[in-house]
Design a protein around this ligand. Structure first.
Ligand SMILES: *[C@@H]1O[C@H](CO)[C@@H](O)[C@H](O)[C@H]1NC(C)=O
Ligand SMILES: *[C@@H]1O[C@H](CO)[C@@H](O)[C@H](O)[C@H]1NC(C)=O
Length: 200
């Protein structure tokens, strides 16, 4: 690759990483947000619990090396991904809702909308459709090409973590106590396994 081309690519990558903004797809896929909202409405009708699952999805993606859809990557012979990490194995669900949103977007505007943004839009919609607030999301994220089970196991809080530990952990991500309470509150809809509450 010539230095000029790599400089150009570098520029694109830095620019797209730096310019998250609402309406990011207005020029390239104007119906993107409407398409995702529509898929989420259908998911709600089919399986109301899926909306709670999708909210959890965003947190589990973003907490591990950022909101980059690394959570969606399957294991390969050389990479252990996040799907089977302690926080996700046998509990993270509704992958098929994200897949359906992405498939519908690919039909409307192939190769335009990132999976990372699909997760962000879908979880915003999940909050709105379950009676929470609705808001504009900043878009323009890029998808990761790698995932790390180890990173997920290292950073995801355990159901037994105490308040001091959680406040400190969230602080490392510049998330306030208020953010921690809001995120924990969003875990209070849906369904949990006994194992995650028994220690309380
Ligand atoms: C909270 O959890 C941390 C990490 O597991 C532990 O070191 C600390 O002693 C706990 N604090 C209390 C008050 O239980
Ligand atoms: C937290 O905020 C500080 C100050 O704005 C910034 O330097 C740091 O990079 C942020 N950390 C994270 C994880 O976002």
């Amino acid at each position: 690759m010539s230095p000029l081309v790599s400089l150009f690519l570098l520029h694109i990558v830095t620019a797209s990483a730096a310019q998250l903004h609402p309406g990011y797809y207005l020029g390239t896929c104007p119906k993107a947000e409407a398409i995702v909202r529509d898929v989420m409405k259908k998911a709600f009708t089919k399986d109301p619990r899926s909306l709670a699952s999708i909210m959890r999805f965003q947190f589990h993606d973003c907490f591990v090396n950022g909101c980059d859809a690394s959570l969606l990557l399957d294991d390969t012979p050389t990479m252990l991904g996040e799907k089977l990490s302690l926080a996700n194995i046998n509990s993270l669900r509704s992958y098929e809702v994200i897949d359906e949103a992405k498939a519908t977007l690919e039909k409307a505007c192939p190769g335009v909308v990132s999976c990372a943004d699909v997760i962000i839009m879908a979880s915003r919609d999940a909050v709105a459709l379950t009676g929470g607030p609705d808001w504009q999301v900043k878009l323009g994220r890029l998808d990761s090409l790698t995932a790390s089970q180890e990173a997920s196991d290292d950073v995801m809080p355990s159901p037994t973590s105490n308040a001091t530990f959680l406040i400190d952990l969230f602080g490392k991500f510049n998330l306030s106590v208020k953010d921690l309470v809001a995120l924990s509150g969003s875990h209070s809809i849906g369904k949990a396994r006994c194992f995650s509450v028994m220690s309380r």
